[in-house]
Design a protein around this ligand. Sequence first.
Ligand code: SF4
Ligand code: SF4
Length: 169
Amino acid sequence: MIDGPVRRQLKRVGLYVYYARLFLHRLQADTRYELGGECGRCGKCCEEPGIQVGRVTWYLPGFRRVFLWWHRHVNGFVLKEARREDRAFIFECSHFDWATRSCDSYDSRPGMCRDYPRPFLEQANPEFLEGCGYKALARGRESLIQILEKESLTPEQLAKLKKGLYLED
Ligand code: SF4
Ligand code: SF4
């Protein structure tokens, strides 16, 4: 379902709102990691995009309906599952071409697709999808590596610590 001009305009409005909210959120977010690596264009993150929502959207039927309507009719996200344990909606994206593993409307993709996988960097131990070319890197890792290298550690111990502490570039 390639986006037409109307949907593109609506998505642009959604994008501005998304970026404004993201900017405010990131002002107070934990920034102990930065994003390393690069996208290998495997398309795995498009197989079933998920969105975690707050209590208001989850529990109030009016908010939930508007939220799901927007994602269905503007973003092209078809609801697959409402996962109660982490208040997440899991979708199937109608823009994802499973044969070419690409997005048919990449230029007008929603903000969450543009920002992916940065939200994982806010986790205490960031975990990306298996095979994803991105990774989390601890900020200020150079000085921590220098300290570790002065310790009498075996190469195996050092490698394990670097991996566990997200120090590997
Ligand atoms: S899973 Fe990672 S590497 Fe694959 S397309 Fe998504 S961001 Fe790119
Ligand atoms: S809109 Fe495009 S980038 Fe976003 S999940 Fe769908 S296929 Fe992937």
